[in-house]
Design a protein around this ligand. Structure first.
Ligand code: COA
Length: 378
């Protein structure tokens, strides 16, 4: 049946039935497989959450131990892949590097028949294990640093920080990144997840699925708000300037980056879950000027706009803490992708369980019966 009325951006039109994540924006609820995000952020780890998203229930102790070991084993990238990533131009955007390197990972991996669960599970572990390595390997390369072998005793978050900084991260640092990965692992049918499911529906392999999803996440309207939060804090310049800066911002009807949310009309539950851990990192490792400015800005914004439902969103604190963890500003969106591959792969599995090729309609608004004029007569 042809859709008669265009809904721009397919806003609110269901594109799939999914049992992976759920949002109630009015009530400020986010659930993964029925589990509230606050409870997962408090008690779980990224690997456990990845299993939950992928396979539908929390793993047993043995399942989790095996899964973690299998994912960690996949961090050993083939040498040819390391060479490919290190050959990328040092000026490339890290999201372009990630998109290419996930596609290249597919080139050096066994073929995947989605009907074969052993092959599918193998590819899932390979992508979960390799993504952080691909991001960190490019990061080290563009900084002029040598390749660093992963540490299999560390989880995804701690190993990623170890790869970036060359030293074991502290407990608060690895925990805050682990929780940030949990919080970003899935978020219902957003643009990159939709892109992942469209590509999956063609029976493309999961490397191509994730690579395409990275392309969608790269855009300014999707990933990337936390980069703008940092630019804003630097423009404010210090906590004492927060109130005057906010006056000018609101007078010019400009938005304050890191506040408000399209879906959540109460406080973003992910911001609440992250905030306490962010405070722990700054308490343990010392404050930064941006963090002091952020606290002052939060107080001012909530006092003036809190009654309108405008509170910090997850991006407000994530960028500030990522900077403290030694992550470059343009690598914030790749860190988002490191988390979201878990969600994309869960959606790939779900799509393939009852696949139908995406083939939406369109409303044709062009001309008909155009007359062909030979090129010399135009
Ligand atoms: N700064 C200042 N005012 C804001 C605001 C912000 N960040 N977010 C919303 N408002 C204002 C709106 O202009 C509106 O004002 P009005 O009642 O005078 O018209 C009111 O608060 C209610 O806005 P609401 O309808 O709840 O938000 P929205 O759906 O229009 O916008 C966003 C949602 C995300 C687009 C918006 O909050 C925004 O641009 N935030 C900054 C960017 C950001 O942090 N993005 C990351 C999201 S995870």
């Amino acid at each position: 049946m042809e859709q008669k009325e265009l809904v721009p951006g397919l806003a609110g039109i269901p594109a799939a039935e999914s049992a992976i994540s759920y949002i109630d924006g009015q009530a400020g609820v986010l659930e993964y497989r029925g589990h509230r995000i606050e409870s997962l952020a408090e008690q779980s780890t990224f690997e456990e959450v990845a299993w939950l998203l992928l396979y539908g229930a929390l793993p047993t102790r043995d399942e989790l131990a095996t899964f973690k070991a299998e994912v960690a084993a996949m961090r050993d990238l083939p040498e040819v892949l390391i060479d490919i990533v290190r050959a990328f131009p040092k000026t490339a955007h890290p999201m372009d590097a990630l998109q290419c390197s996930l596609a290249a990972l597919g080139m050096v991996s066994p073929p995947v028949d989605f009907r074969d669960s052993v092959q599918a599970d193998g590819a899932i572990r390979r992508i979960l294990g390799a993504t952080g390595m691909l991001i960190a390997t490019f990061e080290r390369s563009r900084r002029g640093q040598d390749y660093l072998a992963p540490d299999p005793s560390l989880g995804t978050a701690a190993n990623f920080l170890y790869m970036l900084n060359g030293e074991q991260p502290s407990g608060p640092m690895s925990r805050v990144l682990d929780v940030a990965l949990i919080l970003h692992a899935d978020h219902t049918m957003n643009a990159s997840t939709f892109a992942a499911r469209v590509v999956a529906s063609t029976e493309s392999d999961p490397y191509t699925v994730c690579s395409a999803a990275v392309g969608a996440l790269h855009g300014a309207l999707h990933g990337g708000a936390n980069e703008r939060v940092l630019e804003q804090l630097e423009a404010i310049g210090g906590p004492e300037a927060a109130a005057t800066w906010l006056d000018a911002q609101l007078a010019s009807k400009s938005k304050v980056m890191g506040f408000g949310h399209r879906v959540y009309k109460t406080k973003d539950p992910r911001a609440t879950a992250l905030q306490g851990l962010v405070h722990d990192v700054f308490a343990a490792h010392g404050s930064t000027p941006n963090y002091d400015t952020a606290l002052a800005l939060e107080g001012e914004v909530v006092a003036r706009l809190g009654s309108k439902g405008i509170h910090p969103n997850v991006d407000f604190f994530s960028g500030i803490v990522y900077q403290k963890l030694g992550i470059a500003t343009d690598a914030f969106t790749p860190v988002f992708a490191l988390a979201r591959v878990a969600g994309w792969l869960a959606h790939w599995r779900e799509q393939m369980q009852d696949n139908k090729l995406f083939r939406p309609g369109q409303i044709y608004v062009g001309v008909h019966d155009a007359v062909y004029t030979p090129i010399d007569e135009r």
